[in-house]
Design a protein. Structure first.
Length: 421
């Protein structure tokens, strides 16, 4: 696979039950990534199977989360440093000021920023990192008049994500509140690592987890339409789309990636090798047929590609728009997508509009590489079954079955998660 100048493209690993994030031998981590983690140990295992690294600082509660992370093999790959901040002066040293209120979102964000700065110093340049900060007040051996609550935050290259939860008093003892805070921190870490399948928190009817995402300026500019795209590199850093677009020809695989799985990775690799272009995944925030993707959800999905390849966040819902962003590129699509591209009903029922759009794509020097799919009724469906107008045939090429075939979809994986909720 050809490396690109968005960052080194690692060999994409895939295989049965792998989901592209290979379990390292000797860990004893046997979690099937197609299944929803149902226990803290399984969620910790899923976190360690990603390449992300973190510095974690917590105050007031959360020690059990660290114990869960250390309780399975692979924690040294994830945890660069962990600090239990349990004194006013140590908090001042950590965040650089003396908080008027220790358990607050402001303090959690300050802790996360400091943790992120440390993570950047401790990690290698190619590592995707984040800082996690948390501060909580829970039941103790004396009566408390105030609320029991927790605030946690994650700082990474996408921005700052803040979580806050007011804990119902007397619903749990101290050990129960410690467990709830630790489960939240484990979930926060999992989301920062792009683990999309997470167990639900055991909240009471009166408890509600609040999440606030403050994106980086570059990410926010894409959502506002002020930037065409942001490129998320394999090391997790985010950069703008290069100006010399004509020199940025790619094998572009666009999708919702909910979740990304070994089929996506294998298809990108096969397509890259077939056309001789470096791969680029694309996550459009808007889609012609689906609901828009918010920036918080986009962050979760983009994090799946850390260590795997570059991903573009765009507002390009249509392929004619993608062609303008990535001239000279090859769009890697499944046969069902190719069929829709050739259907006039997706162009307001106008065959002329369909032809005009495809001609515009061709004018940008782009074309389509089409992968087959297993159809329960018709067997393995390929480009040869589609009716491509002769004058447009040069825009479509079939990816041979011997180069790629994968019969698992994201929807099937999500169905498996639901069965283990």
């Amino acid at each position: 696979m050809t490396p690109d100048d968005h960052g080194a493209t690692p060999a994409l690993k895939n295989g049965p039950g792998n989901a592209g994030s290979a379990q390292r031998p000797g860990d004893g981590n046997e979690l099937n990534p197609h299944q929803r983690p149902a226990t803290p140990t399984e969620l910790a295992t899923a976190i360690h199977s990603t390449p992300h690294k973190m510095v974690m600082a917590f105050a007031g509660a959360g020690a059990q989360a660290l114990a869960w992370l250390h309780g399975v093999g692979g924690s040294s790959r994830t945890i660069l440093s962990a600090v239990d901040v349990y004194n006013e002066e140590s908090m001042r040293d950590w965040v650089g000021f003396m908080p008027a209120r220790f358990t607050s979102r402001r303090v959690a964000r300050a802790m996360a920023r400091c943790a992120y700065q440390q993570a950047r110093r401790y990690a290698k340049a190619a590592d995707a990192v984040f800082g996690l900060g948390s501060t909580a007040t829970i039941a103790t051996d004396r009566a408390k008049r105030g609320e029991h609550r927790v605030a946690a935050a994650v700082q990474d290259s996408f921005g700052m994500t803040t979580y806050s939860l007011t804990i119902e008093k007397d619903a749990r003892d101290r050990a129960g509140e410690e467990e709830l805070v630790s489960l939240l921190l484990l979930r926060v870490a999992a989301e920062a690592c792009g683990v999309l399948a997470r167990p639900e928190l055991p909240l009471t009817a009166s408890e509600r987890l609040e999440i606030e995402f403050q994106p980086s300026e570059l990410i926010a500019a894409v959502e506002r339409g002020e930037r065409d795209a942001a490129i998320v590199r394999p090391d997790g850093s985010v950069v703008g789309l290069p100006r010399a677009r004509a020199a940025q020809r790619r094998a572009v695989l666009s999708g919702a990636f909910n979740p990304a799985h070994e089929g996506h990775l294998a298809l990108a690799q096969a397509a890259s090798e077939h056309v001789g272009l470096p791969p680029l995944f694309e996550l459009p925030l808007v889609n012609a047929e689906k609901a828009p993707i918010g920036l918080f959800e986009a962050r979760l999905r983009a994090q799946q590609f850390a260590g795997r390849g570059s991903l573009a966040l765009t507002q390009a819902a249509l392929f004619v728009e993608k062609a303008a962003l990535f001239p000279g590129s090859v769009f890697v699509v499944g046969v069902d997508t190719a069929e829709r591209i050739l259907e006039p009903r997706f162009y307001g029922g106008s065959e002329a509009a369909m032809r005009s759009a495809l001609e515009a794509i061709g004018a940008h020097g782009c074309r389509f590489l089409v992968a087959g799919r297993l159809d329960e009724a018709d067997g393995y469906k390929t480009l040869r079954r589609l009716k491509v107008p002769p004058e447009l045939a040069g825009l479509f090429e079939e990816l041979p079955e011997r180069s790629f075939r994968h019969d698992v979809s994201s929807s099937e994986i999500r169905a498996g998660w639901a069965g283990r909720a």
